[in-house]
Write a protein that binds this ligand. Structure first.
Ligand code: H79
Length: 489
């Protein structure tokens, strides 16, 4: 039995204008490498780079990418996740592989394009699919024959990791525990998890799920031992009726990964319980608590929480059109303005943005995604300090935009992100008690800030210098003072 212990941490809480240091209980015991509890300070140290990063790139790429949302000459759909095409058309794995393998032809140097794109966009990390639900593994596996090594005589994980490292990017592995290929994956054990043969008898007779789990663990071990440091493991996914230790031997799997990668950061998707942050089966069905034994962060999918999640690390993953895996039929692209404001919105609530690309079967990135990411990168170039290394706003969001915050050596900086420039040219901000030292416009320009009766007023600009998001850095004396309910770890 695991022992429960509690760690006392202090958290600032402004009560009726009074600033108090209130001791509160944060749930302690975290499975460390050898099952030893991880302290809050060790956890914070491990999470540091991830919390500072704020912006990562997600890549969905597998056999489905070559199919491009088309099955037998017809669109399998015009919106939604085409990485699910095998399930959408209910193809068994042999039929699927026969159609898809010939269309998956990675061009030389594809990974360098991804890495440079992520870097140009201002991302600090990249999470890519080492295996999606279809079951095709991108590495060179010794324990299976449905992998890039066996079928293409290439190790695509190695190619990608090498390219990411060359750009100084952190490396994350997405790995699907759901598997539509493996002949021992017992899909009859869940009513909620998808499988192309769902509701039908298994063509190869009774399945021994424990044999699939051996394979799953063995491939995970290959991935965390063969490619150097792995910064993130992004598991996907579990259902209320099939999850955790029963479905995946999840605790053991996490400990196996931690044994080889003690600093790795893992998401919460091996589980589907309230303790692991989940409320329901929906992709926005999460609660604002997380016991670290079930993962380090919560994963809202295609969704930005209205307010942040105080005390919990979270990352919104999102597509740029409506599909994760490439589709030639999906034209519903978000504008780069939306992507920039999403990033700012998420940062202002203390979360990370994991923004997806779905490269084609040859590895090339859709031109729409390339253009949008360069536009995000252009904005980031002049405004990076207002995103990377910042924390959630200490006050609720103002009508004109969002706020991100930074505190260094007792000096607080608030970054005022102005989406809608007030018609009278006057920005106001309430709830910030610190005296003002300085106000400056990022990218250059004079602004004036005054504080009177607890309200800060910024003047000096008649029009928005940047139509998407103009940022004013407001330097304040003293530490960051948070209003209740807008705290973060
Ligand atoms: O990998 C991506 C998705 O494939 C996976 N997680 C992200 C990161 C995912 N798992 N579950 N879901 C997404 C939610 C289920 C969405 C569905 Fe659909 C909507 C299933 C059926 C309709 C999207 C559209 C997938 C198939 C069609």
């Amino acid at each position: 039995m695991r022992k429960h212990s509690f760690t006392v941490i202090t958290r600032s809480l402004a009560l009726g204008g009074l600033l108090l240091a209130v001791p509160c209980l944060a749930q302690g015991p975290l499975a460390g490498a050898a099952g030893a509890p991880e302290s809050s300070s060790t956890h914070d140290a491990r999470m540091k780079w991830w919390r500072e990063a704020r912006f990562g790139m997600f890549v969905h790429w597998g056999l489905y990418s070559g199919l491009a949302g088309t099955w037998e000459g017809k669109p399998a759909g015009t919106s939604g996740g085409m990485e699910w095409i095998q399930n959408i058309v209910k193809a068994d794995t042999d039929t699927y592989a026969r159609a898809a393998v010939p269309k998956f032809r990675p061009k030389p140097g594809f990974a360098r394009e991804w890495a440079r794109l992520a870097k140009a966009a201002g991302c600090s990390y990249v999470v890519f699919t080492t295996k999606h639900h279809e079951g095709f593994a991108l590495h060179n596996s010794r324990v299976g024959d449905f992998d890039a090594g066996s079928i293409l005589q290439r190790d695509l994980v190695k190619e990608i990791v090498t390219a990411l490292r060359a750009e100084g990017l952190r490396v994350g592995f997405y790995h699907s525990v759901i598997d539509w290929h493996h002949d021992q994956y017992d899909y009859s054990l869940s009513q909620q998890l998808p499988h192309p043969l769902h509701g039908k008898p298994s063509p190869n007779g009774v399945r021994d799920h424990s044999r699939y789990l051996k394979y799953l663990h063995a491939q995970a071990e290959e991935l965390v031992t063969g490619y150097g440091r792995v910064d993130v493991l992004w598991w996907d996914y579990s259902a209320q009726d099939f999850q955790g230790d029963e479905a995946w031997r999840a605790t053991e799997l996490m400990n196996l990964v931690r044994k080889h990668q003690p600093a790795v950061i893992m998401n919460n998707r091996l589980f589907r319980t309230p303790e692991a942050g989940w409320k329901s089966m929906g992709t926005d069905g999460f609660v604002g608590t997380l016991d670290w034994r079930y993962g380090d962060f919560i994963t809202p999918e295609q969704h930005i929480p209205d307010t942040g999640m105080p005390g919990v690390d979270w990352e919104t993953c999102m597509t740029m059109n409506t599909t994760w895996g490439y589709s030639e039929h999906d034209r519903q692209w978000k504008t780069s303005d939306t992507l920039i404001r999403n990033l700012v919105d998420i940062a202002s609530k203390g979360g990370n943005y994991l923004l997806n690309i779905g490269p084609q079967g040859d590895g090339s990135v859709p031109t729409e995604s390339v253009a949008a990411l360069h536009a995000v990168g252009d904005w980031m170039k002049g405004h990076r300090e207002s995103i990377v290394g910042t924390m959630a706003s200490p006050v609720p969001k103002p009508a004109w935009g969002r706020i991100t915050a930074r505190e260094r050596k007792g000096v607080t900086t608030l970054f005022l992100h102005v989406f809608d420039w007030p018609a009278n040219g006057q920005l106001t901000l309430a709830g910030v008690p610190n005296p003002i030292r300085k106000a400056r416009l990022l990218g250059g320009g004079k602004v004036t800030a005054d504080s009177r009766h607890g309200i800060i007023t910024i003047t000096g600009l008649a029009q928005a210098p940047n139509p998407v998001d103009s940022v004013i850095a407001l330097t304040l004396d003293g530490p960051l003072v948070r209003q209740p309910g807008v705290d973060r770890p």
